[in-house]
Design a protein. Structure first.
Length: 220
């Protein structure tokens, strides 16, 4: 089944919250986290939320969006996409060829079941996305999933997180006021979606990677 309508998805960063389920402060925090992650490792992780899958499967949309944006470096295919569709209550972790030996289908499934969806069931999208991102980064760094979750859920960690979010929120306000209009975009179509990529060289400009369909999907 094809999508009922067209949806323009222009990549403006590592975090693209089209469904508007992530608070501004957390969005800025994650953007900074993922920008630093790419700078230090070369790997690229994109977080995307959609208001609707328009009748298609989360797997199809993830593969299409991954390919059109080129998440990961060309030739290394070291990208990951965390795609969330809150209206359908579905999500997917799509993994590039180069990272499949590390972020296996099994590990991606564990992150979805044990880290992300429990928070989503409580309608705590900020925590679910943040913990999910940290778990993905932990796996890519060779760490244990459970250890990364325990650290993120500790009382002291939450106090630090709240303080950090407040600081980041003010940074976000300053950035928003200074943010120029989006440049023209380069668009290509697939099914009922039209995906675009910013013509600028911002932090969200991915590097031409591709996915082989590896990863895992889930519902909550």
């Amino acid at each position: 089944m094809l999508f009922a309508g067209l949806l323009l998805l222009v990549n403006v960063g590592y975090v693209n919250d089209y469904a508007e389920i992530i608070s501004p402060a957390v969005e800025v925090e994650l953007e900074t986290r993922l920008e630093n992650f790419t700078a230090s490792t070369g790997n690229e992780l994109a977080v995307v939320t959609l208001s609707s899958l328009e009748g298609d499967t989360v797997e199809n949309v993830a593969v299409a969006l991954f390919g059109q944006w080129g998440i990961g470096q060309k030739g290394k295919d070291n990208g990951v996409l965390l795609l969330i569709a809150p209206n359908e209550r579905e999500l997917r972790i799509e993994v590039g060829y180069g990272l499949e030996p590390v972020l296996t289908d099994s590990r991606a499934g564990t992150i979805i079941r044990e880290v992300i969806t429990p928070k989503f069931k409580e309608n705590n999208y900020d925590a679910g996305v943040t913990d999910g991102v940290e778990a993905i980064l932990a796996v890519l760094a060779g760490e244990d999933i459970a250890q990364s979750v325990a650290i993120g859920n500790s009382d002291g960690g939450w106090v630090v997180l709240v303080i950090f979010i407040v600081i980041i929120f003010f940074i976000w306000l300053i950035r928003q006021r200074a943010k120029p209009g989006l440049p023209g975009s380069r668009k290509s179509s697939w099914g009922g979606f039209t995906f675009g990529k910013s013509s600028g060289s911002s932090s969200g400009g991915f590097s031409g990677g591709s996915s082989g369909g590896g990863g895992s999907s889930g519902k909550w």
